[in-house]
Design a protein around this ligand. Structure first.
Ligand SMILES: [Zn+2]
Length: 103
């Protein structure tokens, strides 16, 4: 059974897409779910993690200042900042319904 990744509604409950320009470029008439690509995290920037990432220095030789950041911000916060950064930069595929794509 196919479901929308975002709202979780079953394909049977969804309205199908209309003709070209509704709301996507291309003609998806009659389809209920469309595969799109988006970052795993698309929310607003989280300033406290941005601050940690701003101070991160990775040298060409492989050295970094992660240890210092952990001392300054705490192991857990640094870890979360890295996960946040990764989610922002990782694009995954997602099957979504019309309502979720329009939003
Ligand atoms: Zn949906």
């Amino acid at each position: 059974m196919n479901k929308c990744y975002i709202c979780g509604k079953d394909e049977n409950e969804l309205l199908s897409f209309g003709k070209e320009g509704d709301p996507l470029i291309g003609n998806f008439e009659g389809q209920k779910l469309v595969k799109i690509y988006r970052a795993l995290y698309e929310g607003p920037d989280i300033q406290k993690y941005e601050d940690i990432l701003d101070e991160l220095i990775i040298q060409d030789g492989g050295g970094d200042n992660i240890k210092e950041l952990e001392d300054k911000f705490g192991l857990e916060e640094v870890d979360k900042a890295f996960n946040y950064d990764q989610a922002k930069n990782t694009v995954g595929s997602s099957w979504e319904c019309r309502d979720c794509i329009i939003k």
